[in-house]
Structures are given as structure tokens and as C-alpha cells.
Design a protein around this ligand. Sequence first.
Ligand code: PLP
Length: 496
Amino acid sequence: MAEVSTRYQQLADEFATLIHQGKIKAGQRLPAIRRVAQTHQVSVNTVLSAWQRLENRGLVEARPQSGFYVRSVLAEVAASAPKQLKPRQLGREKMALIEAAFSAQRNPAYTNISLACPQHEDFFPTAKLAKISASLLRRKPDIISTYALPNNGEPLREQIAKRTLYSGLSISAEEIIITHGCSEAIQLALRVITSPGDCIGIESPTYFFLFPLLAELGLKAVEIPTDPRTGIKMDVLELMLKEKRISALLTIPTVHNPLGFTTSVADKKRLAHLAQQYKLPIIEDGIYSELQFQSPPSPAIKSFDKEGWVIYCTSFTKTLAPDFRIGWMMAGRFHEAVSRLKGLSTLGESALLTNTLAEFLANGGYDHHLRSLRRRYASNMDKVRDMISRYFPEGTQATRPTGGFVFWAELPGEINTVDLFEQLLNERICVTPGSLYSLSDHYHHALRLSCCYPFDERYRYALRRTGELACEMTGIAAQEYQTPGLTTAVENSGEP
Ligand SMILES: Cc1ncc(COP(=O)(O)O)c(C=O)c1O
């Protein structure tokens, strides 16, 4: 017995060394148990015990029916939201930063490792969508000469109503309003449920595009402390509701941008309950919910909403066609008002585009496409976490997102990532600094990164260079390691 335990410990140590040396990398599967048993001339049980020992040490994780995979050694981000719960509005300096980030993100000469939208046709069923729209134009040429009147897009609304899996929503086509992206859905919801001067609860940090929108509508925001792993601190929210400090909540509870968490089902139910109890309109941004890694997927807060206080907003921007700008919403008790406002602001959406999406949803293999996207993003995340753990200053923490493709990293030491952002722009690399994602000055040491790009040499160079510069700026070294195939002198040529 003592001999067996020594052997499995030795085996575990041997593989732990390979993992530490980077010879088996984060995200890679440990070799098959039977093969290791044969090559090391030990029993299958000995190998299994060794793998379990590695699991207990946090070096690998077991994945159901798949085997043992190497975990990233990167620490997870701990909660660190601003302490003051005061209403804030976008200031000039932050607006200038948002404009600088947009301008860099628009520039095709930059290597962008932060935009929250896939940047390559590989990630979209482009050929199929082109074929469907060409066939639509052939079959129904008058589609582009017909005026897009309010409340159009019926074929798409019918297809959306059939797809309840990823939201848990049971809806009829009449309850759906087609919008110009998720952005318009959020804007319409805000315009209907708020008045200038109102104060909105938001997560901290959150999707930065919300700040100029709130400012434009004369709204203030309170950043509610948010746990990077579980979401909004529910007891703080409840206290704020009791004290009537917010009149609506805008939340991204499923695969949050930028933190990547998915709120538990229990908390989603509680949110729906609080909405009812306090007559609190909740805008639920579900744009990443079809990119959740977990199965079965976590349902929307909206699926627990009995009285229609939750307004669900989403789009096909992240999964099918960013350029189409097609989104949709379900506005519950606010349906009539939102529908009227939508008609007044942009009438309807393009029938060519909505019908193309409807035909794709009906028989284009959307679920198959989503499965392959999720696999790809999960694998890219493992690779990116591995690179962050090797090239960023020691002590860097990063989130472990529950889906989608964005990361949140917090750097150690004294660093302002706005300086890092500016220096990297000189090298034509675009990241987004943490300060963008909050109205406070709380996240100056954070960065948002994304992995919705081909994991090629150009992307890896930009990520590694970001880590190197962060090491220089913090004066904290990284673990030195050469990724096979990555040359330090990659020309950041500026080719798109
Ligand atoms: C959380 C979140 N909501 C909304 C949007 C905007 O979506 P759309 O491009 O469909 O307007 C984005 C885009 O990045 C996002 O990340």
C-alpha cells in the first residue's frame, strides 16, 4: 500500500513539473489514463490517484466524460468595487477616454485585443447569410422597395419566439419588438422607464457605452458593488431599494461584460421578486446569453418575471452578423410604450436583413454554429489565461468568464492602465483600460481583454507585448517563458 501511494505521488509530481515548465499547457488534456499506465508500467488506479492528487492541488480539473485538463495558474479577480454608493454622471475626461477608445477600435491598422465583437468572418456564418440574402433578393425582389413600417419583421419575431432554450423565456411573436441592435433596445427601455434626473443602478464595472447614453438622457448612475464571480451584491441592492435610492436597474446578469460572471438562478429569481415587490423596472441585457459555456444554460431573469417589470434586450451582433445591427426586446408591461417609441424613432428594420436572419434561424444550423463558437471561445480563453499567467506581472489576476470572449484582468503594483493604453497605441496595439468601465476612478489598475480573434501570431504578439509593457511600468517581472512559435520580433505591420 505504501509502495502504491509513493508511486502515484511520484507520478503526480512528474506531471506537476511538466505543467509548471509549460510542457503541458493550460487547457490541454492530460494524456489518456490507460496510455500513461502502459508507458509508466503502473496500474490504471495509480494513474487515476495521481490525477486526483493534481486536481486537489488545483493544477488540473476533471471535465465530465472528457478527462483531466490543465488549469490556468492565474488567480481569479477578487471583489473590489468602489465603496461609495453615490450617484455619478459621465465627466468630460472620461468621455474623452471613451472617444479615444472608439477611435482606436475603429482603426484597422491597430491590433485590437479588446473589442467585444468578433473581428473575423471565421466567427460568423457569413457565406450562408450571403446565400440566403441573395436567394431572397432573387425570389422577392420587391423586398427592398417595400417601405419598412413600424412593427415589421414578423418572420424573425416568429423564429425568435421558437428559440426559448437560451433564455428560458416562453414568448409569443407579438411580444417581441425588433430593434436596431441591443443598443437601441436599451435606449428605448431607458426612455420609457426613466425621466431626466433619475438614478439608475448598474453593475461595477460595466459596459462602458452605457455611460454616454445615461448622460445623454440626463440620468445618474449608482454603481452597486459587484462580485466578479457572482454579480451584484443582493443585500446592498435591497437596501438601496428600501431607501428608494434608485428608480431602475440595468444589469447584464448572464456572461457579464466585462466581468464574465453569470448570476446564480437563485439570485435571478430574487431579482425578479424584488422588481415585483418594489415596482422596480429592470433592464436585462442578455446579449451574451447564447454564448454561455454551461449546460443547461442559465435562464434569464425575465423568465421569472410574473408582472412584466423586466425588459429583456439582446441582439444578433455577437453571434451572427454585427453589421446587420438587428436586435430585439421584450418589454413586458412597457410593451405598448416601447413599441410606439420604436416606431417614432426608426420606424422598422430592414426586411432583407430580418428575413435573412429568420431563414437562417429556421434552417441554417444556428445551434451547431453556437456550439462551435462556444468551443472556440472556451479554448481561446484557456490560451489567453495561460499567456497572461506567463507574460503579465506576477500577481496579475484575471476573471474566469462563464462564456463569451471578454476578460477582466487586474494588475499588481502601481499602474494606471490609461498610460498603458496610450503607450500601446504608439505601437498600434489596442486594449481598453479599466477606468472606462466605471464612473468612479476605481479600476485604474485593470484592463479588459478579449479573445474573439484568430489566435494567430499577430494577436499573441500584441498580448505578450501588453504584458511586457505592464511589467516595465509596474517594475514587477513576469514568469519568463517562450511560447513555441512566437518570435519576439514580430512586426506589428499594421496590416488589417
Ligand atoms: C453588454 C453589451 N450590451 C449591448 C451591446 C451593444 O449591442 P449592439 O451592438 O447589438 O447594439 C454590447 C456591445 O458590445 C455589449 O457588450
